[in-house]
Design a protein around this ligand. Sequence first.
Ligand code: NAD
Length: 483
Amino acid sequence: MVSRVIPVEPFDLVIFGGTGDLARRKIFPGLYRRFLAGQMTADSRIIGAARAELSDDDFRAMVATSIAEYVSESRQDSAMIAEFLTRLHYVAIDATGAGGWAALKDLMRDDVVRAFYFSVAPSLFGDIALRLNQHGVADAKSRIVVEKPFGRDLASAQALNATLALHFDETQIYRIDHYLGKETVQNLMAVRFANILFEPLWKAEYVDHVQITVAETVGVEGRGAYYDKSGAMRDMVQNHMMQLLCLIAMEPPYHFDPNAVRDEKLKVIRALDPVRPQDIVRGQYLAGGGQGDYLAHSENPHSTTESYIALRVHVSNWRWKGTPFYLRTGKRLRARASEIAITFREPPHSIFDDAQGWRENVLVIRLQPDEGMHLKVMIKEPGPGGMRLMQVPLDMSFADALGDDHDDVPDAYERLIMDVIRGNQTLFMRGDEVEAAWAWTDPIIEGWTARGDKPQSYDPGTSGPEDALMLMHRDGRRWREIK
Ligand code: NAD
């Protein structure tokens, strides 16, 4: 299979926070891979902007190290790396003061796309937006890319939207949710809307329930102070899991167009019922004291922040009436696995005398690891002995289907950055979407805070707290195994 790589327009991409962790781990390695794939024209440039006083050469050396560390060996080509590094420049900048802005303005060119990636703490988003305009660094066609978290509740998200709106039009603002950049997530839309097979069944009449799981094996180590103010609900559910839910639950947009897609997602968020207290399970990992405990990494020894959450959610509309969506995410769980599983209902009547082997059809969309999809279907168990049924997966693993080209599939960040340069906002959250997501999230958090609910402890390396199992058992359902 030959993949087509179309170069994007020439650009000047400024990475605020260009010496930070995200830039070094994701952004520069991703940009190098896009360069290698031939997507960057010769006159495109990447400009690091951060607090440290670095020369262009210091900055290039830092990026070279990040490529060496985070790009697979098979993609390390010293001549190409050297060529890529010539596209890099650096400006020391003070996001909250005047330093560096004139130098940055001098670097900007008029005839290329200008994009500004805010890979800095959210408290600096407003300062940078203001100064980009004040110092004439941005022009009317410039784009800004805003990292997560986008607010910590509705009020702060509204305030941030209002601040950004003072300086940039909504069409210039790209709010990143890197889950939307994942290949499988986009494939979900292709599977739903480019096939006739699934869409007729994609409703409560045929779908028993949906499970969305984002399980991590890592804990909060090193990020304890930040995480403790956030928790799984704010860190994962309000943004990433909400986006996945939207893509499953939304109506077909009239066109694969940024506003058409985002309008449909917004309708889903607005249709979410408030979540009842008995449909929420929160957990915190506890290894019996010591560094393995969540609390060892929190500044508050009595923290009730959840490192795990499971929710039973209802989308209150015609399509989904009676089909619950179960969401769960947590840290220090048994395995690192993100997946969406759509479980279909029983056939209305069994023609087989012995339907003992019968299991539901399940469509599993796996985001990580092993991106791919499989559909579990029933077949006859091979061999003599009558008609016995068994379940087998119809597999579509990207690694198999795409062969050698699989390595060329861009990762989420690089794909999204290229979308910014192309001016395509489809995979970015619109301001009203983020606000609607917080409007649904806030009462849930306020509810457990007012009730004084404490998270249940769970052992690291397990699938989470016991009560989360009950959330499904009482509905006669089971979570899929995390593996
Ligand atoms: P970091 O602390 O590693 O880097 C921060 C960067 O901001 C540094 O380059 C620093 O020089 C710069 N900076 C800080 N104060 C500044 C100022 N006053 N003027 C100019 N530059 C200043 O942070 P990070 O982990 O890279 O995160 C950056 C953003 O990305 C944050 O919004 C974070 O929430 C988000 N994010 C990070 C990750 C991750 O894996 N690191 C994942 C998702 C989202």
